[in-house]
Design a protein around this ligand. Structure first.
Ligand code: NAP
Ligand code: ZN
Ligand code: ZN
Length: 349
């Protein structure tokens, strides 16, 4: 069926209107009319080929909320008219160990990602949520709890689960001291989620001027990472640090702020760290550097249900799709509070 959206044709070209075909529904597929789609920094990394594996044209978007228009003949869990979410994945093998454990994102055969990926059945390149509709395997369609603002719920599908997953894995609760590096899309969700889990929460930021927002979003303390005295004052403090910085950076200054057996979890940058990690900072203090990649389907639903119970959504700036290229430039300058979300009704105007 005909679909339209915004796509980039090369690493240096702007996103522009794009028409394409969505596949006819398979028996376990769901067709969703997209209402809102969040703008993740990963969309920008991939549109501009920062990782070197972009397939052009690329149509990004993996923070999708929409309404079900049609379901395949074997779909019973999801009904026409349901308000649903789709995150970073639309399929996986379902039988490897990772899939069976609920970590479909790390499927041994490679998950099928929402965009810039290859459909495991027909080999077609996947196109994401900067579009009017999407077809997704039913197991990868999430329920959006009643009562959540739908534009604000869209970023939960990536920024929400990516920060929820490590907070949950490392048992964050009222006894925990958590720090978050970087106040952007992921960072602001990490503040909100860690606070709702009961933790004492600190923001590390390189930007003075974000303090007021950080406190409103759930931080109990703010540390300017450029101020040596402020960094020294939090030596030995944290159980868990969630590092959301999207580019190469030096993690060494953060390591002494971990407690005995504390862990720094990389969720932002995925390339080689230019400044080698001082091994002494993990050997001494039994500390760890870990990482985390989005989250599985079941834990995504658990995160959404938690957000429903606690009334948590993202702070968003809703934009028309015609402003997506400006939004990318502003995201690069950290000039967004704290997630752009595209109102897909704008596609028709
Ligand atoms: P974002 O909204 O642009 O926020 C990133 C924040 O990091 C900025 O607001 C800024 O905070 C800080 N920052 C930016 N550039 C920096 C630099 N050069 N050095 C130090 N700090 C910097 O981005 P996002 O959407 O949250 O995404 C963050 C990263 O996570 C991206 O690389 C994205 O691809 C990745 N990601 C990973 C996963 C996963 O599964 N692991 C999922 C989603 C996204 P301050 O101004 O407060 O310092
Ligand atoms: Zn994302
Ligand atoms: Zn698998």
């Amino acid at each position: 069926m005909n679909a339209s959206g915004y796509a980039a044709s090369s690493a240096t070209s702007a996103l522009a209107p794009f028409s394409f075909e969505r596949r006819a529904l398979r028996s376990d597929d769901v067709l969703i009319d997209i209402l809102f789609c969040g703008v993740c920094h990963t969309d920008l990394h991939l549109a501009r080929n920062h990782g070197g594996f972009t397939i052009y044209p690329i149509l990004p978007g993996h923070e999708i909320v929409g309404r079900v228009r049609q379901v395949g003949e074997n779909v019973s869990r999801i009904k026409v008219g349901d308000v649903v979410g789709v995150g970073c994945m639309v399929d996986s093998c379902q039988y490897c160990q990772a899939c069976r454990q609920g970590w479909e994102q790390d499927c041994a055969e490679g998950a099928t990602f929402t965009y810039n990926s290859t459909d495991r059945h027909d080999g077609a390149v996947t196109f994401g949520g900067y579009s009017d509709s999407i077809v997704v395997r039913d197991r990868f369609v999430l329920s959006i709890p009643d009562g959540l603002d739908l534009a604000g719920a869209a970023p939960l599908m990536c920024a929400g689960v990516t920060t929820w997953s490590p907070l949950h894995r490392f048992n964050v609760g009222p006894q925990s001291k958590v720090a978050v590096i970087g106040l952007g899309g992921l960072g602001h969700m990490a503040l909100k989620l860690a606070k709702a889990m009961g933790a004492d929460v600190t923001l590390f930021t390189r930007s003075s001027g974000k303090e007021g927002d950080a406190f409103r979003l759930g931080a109990d303390h703010v540390v300017l990472s450029s101020e040596a005295r402020q960094m020294a004052a939090v030596t030995g403090r944290f159980d868990v640090i969630i590092d959301t910085v999207p580019y190469d950076h030096d993690v060494n200054p953060y390591m002494p702020t971990l407690k005995l057996e504390g862990v720094l979890v990389l969720v932002g940058y995925m390339g080689p760290l230019g400044t080698p990690v001082n091994a002494g900072s993990v050997v001494r203090g039994r500390r760890a550097i870990s990482g985390s990649f989005i989250g599985g389907v079941l834990e995504t639903q658990q995160m959404l249900d938690f957000c429903g119970q606690h009334g948590i959504v993202s702070d968003v700036e809703v934009i028309a799709i015609q402003h997506i290229n400006e939004a990318y430039e502003r995201m690069l300058k950290s000039d967004v509070k704290y997630r752009f979300v595209i109102d897909m009704a704008s596609l028709k105007s």
